[in-house]
Design a protein around this ligand. Sequence first.
Ligand code: PNS
Length: 157
Amino acid sequence: MTAVYPGSFDPTTLGHLDIITRASAFADKLVVAVLNNSAKSALFTAEERVAHVKEVTSGIKNVSVESFEGLLVDFVKKQGAHCVIRGLRAVTDFEYEFQMALTNRSMKTDLETLFIPTSTQYLYLSSNIVREIARFGGNIDNMVPPQIKKYVIEKYK
Ligand code: PNS
């Protein structure tokens, strides 16, 4: 089974890496899909974000990383996939995720969204939080892989 794990990855967090590691253990092939949204201003460019995910997943053989624009379902179709992976943290994620899963399935009826509950140590973690803390010089050691920490700090210099 090929599964697609989409997101902004701005930046990649340990929470993302946790989901990628766990999803790649049961999918034959996991395609990480980095959203390239020209309407949304991101800290890192799509090229940088793709490079970051590639760097931190280089040890996982069945993971590939690509960027996509437009609708997720179109990207999933191009991959010949029928499965989207999303991580779930708190209950607050649920409404948005449920809406997205149902909307995507209404556009591609053979698509299933699989939710993976986050590992508890990452319950509170998000890319937004990482950016906020890093912007004010706080410690993000327990939130992102070491390579990513370097890139984030560099951006805010
Ligand atoms: O990491 P994020 O920002 O929570 O990821 C959101 C993402 C990229 C999965 C979502 O915004 C998305 O799929 N965008 C592509 C546009 C699309 O297909 N929208 C319809 C889904 S309701």
